[in-house]
Design a protein around this ligand. Sequence first.
Ligand SMILES: NC(=O)c1ccc[n+]([C@@H]2O[C@H](COP(=O)([O-])OP(=O)(O)OC[C@H]3O[C@@H](n4cnc5c(N)ncnc54)[C@H](O)[C@@H]3O)[C@@H](O)[C@H]2O)c1
Length: 358
Amino acid sequence: MVKKIKIIIAGGAGFVGSSLALYLNKKINNSQVYIVDNLIRKGSELNLSRIENNNIEFIRADLSNPQSFKSLPKADIFIDAASNPSILAGINSSTVDLINNNLITTLHSLEWCAENQSKLIFLSSNRIYPFDRLNNINFIEKDTRFSWLESLKIKGLSKNGISEELPIEGIRSFYGASKLASENFIKEYGYFKNLNFVINRFGIIGGPWQMGKFDQGILAYWIAAYIYNFPLKYIGYGGSGKQVRDILHVNDVCNLIFLQIMNWEKINFNTYNIGGGYNNSISLFELNSFIQEEIGIKKNIGKDLNKRDADIPIYYTDNSKIKEVIDWHPKFSLRETIHDTSKWVYDNKELLSIIFLT
Ligand SMILES: NC(=O)c1ccc[n+]([C@@H]2O[C@H](COP(=O)([O-])OP(=O)(O)OC[C@H]3O[C@@H](n4cnc5c(N)ncnc54)[C@H](O)[C@@H]3O)[C@@H](O)[C@H]2O)c1
């Protein structure tokens, strides 16, 4: 009999976690997928309905509590996608809550993985890079977006975007700090407790089933604002909306993690920047016209001149390192991500009103 590959996804009722659960369950024939979640994120309970009837087991548990790990089955792979992913979390709300859901959850996961010889896949963030460092990179203002000066010679920055070489000394937000602290402990566990791991530092992820809110999940939130007609604002940078990010389709995240599981020896003990890259980069101003074109509704965007905490003018990902190792690169275009997300909101307009209108 072929041995089943057992996969636990912490935060498995979330946007990325639930997408991963369905994808891996389908793609790896002999797999058994378990999702663990405390449903603290509003809307995660809706994701559970996607999971039903797929032979995926849901365990409701708060992983910041070490006792919760007693209810987990042994597993070959443990994917840590549990966190509060808001960059603003902990700034005007409890920092301890953020640390519990992010760092403490990861620490207990590490202890469990080391004990059970589970391989760890950690979903980190580009927010581990300090915002003051990113703010200090010179850029110019073009018609619809900010753009880094081409002549710059900065370690970790090239025309492809930000690579893993960008120095990490500086201030980054409590969210970024919780992720970086988790990364540091993961590496210590790798060294001292033989933990097998991979760390993926993601840029913005988008796609269906993201329960977007004003401070996290921007693509779904902006699209929902058009469909439900609630107000949007360009924040900071003179209200120009020219700040730039790259957006990666959640299906590309799923494909990446599948490839990493299948090519473990190549990626073990490594850290990768993962994102949409330059081709999938967009300013808010440009996003506005893309969404208008996709769903055919015009919308006026307000302005708030006050800069948002921890904001940065430009970020897009240099994916060269992961491309080199397992030939992964984003397959979905930004237009496809916008299309899929818009279709999902339209198709579920009534169900999602409790997320986007309350
Ligand atoms: N979505 C993005 O754009 C993005 C970008 C970079 C990194 N990430 C990282 O990817 C991961 C997944 O993000 P997401 O967008 O799916 O977020 P999400 O909020 O949709 O999902 C996170 C899930 O974790 C659960 N959770 C939180 N604390 C928990 C705890 N103590 N115990 C058990 N479950 C808990 C939540 O209920 C939620 O369902 C996160 O670690 C996030 O930091 C996401």
